[in-house]
Design a protein. Structure first.
Length: 161
């Protein structure tokens, strides 16, 4: 088995797309994630994977607060922008409509069907990525938003708009 073999195989698994965001001093730091997963309802826990070199990784260590926005079908441009490597730290979300989470102060995107805010309880190293486990502190939905962005075969595709 080679890395390209695994990449080609896993590309066939459609995944929902979310944006994970945190504050870095006065700045917003965010990434596109295809790995947001509910782990437990009691206690309420979720996890996501982040590349160890990502700017966001520094902001989601144990005890740190962050937010996840589950993207609606109209969130494709935000997902595309926030998946670009090397984008500037300053102004990452300047053109993406969002509001601040009341608990985390992290960005919650307007183009999301649901959102949650969490505090990191544990970070587990996993190859080139770290798995961040967080206790969910707050959740909500945007009932007017529909559909989703799916990551499949290397593309971000709107679904069910």
């Amino acid at each position: 088995m080679t890395t390209p073999d695994l990449r080609r195989t896993m590309a066939r698994l459609a995944s929902g797309v979310s944006v994970i965001a945190a504050r870095s001093g006065p700045y917003d730091v965010a990434i596109t994630a295809t790995s947001l997963v509910s782990v437990s309802l009691e206690p309420p826990l979720v996890l996501f994977a982040v590349h160890q070199d990502a700017r966001l990784r520094e902001e989601v260590g144990p005890g740190r607060l962050w937010a996840a926005s589950v993207l609606s079908a109209r969130g494709r441009s935000a997902a595309t922008w926030l998946s670009e490597p090397g984008r500037p730290l300053i102004g990452q979300l300047v053109s993406i409509p969002h509001r601040r989470g009341e608990t985390s102060d992290a960005a919650i995107l307007d183009a999301s069907t649901a959102w949650l805010e969490a505090r990191t309880t544990e970070v587990v190293e996993a190859g080139t990525h770290d798995v961040v486990i967080g206790e969910v502190l707050a959740t909500g939905t945007h009932p007017d938003e529909r559909g989703a962005i799916l990551h499949v075969e290397g593309r971000l595709e709107p679904w069910g708009a």
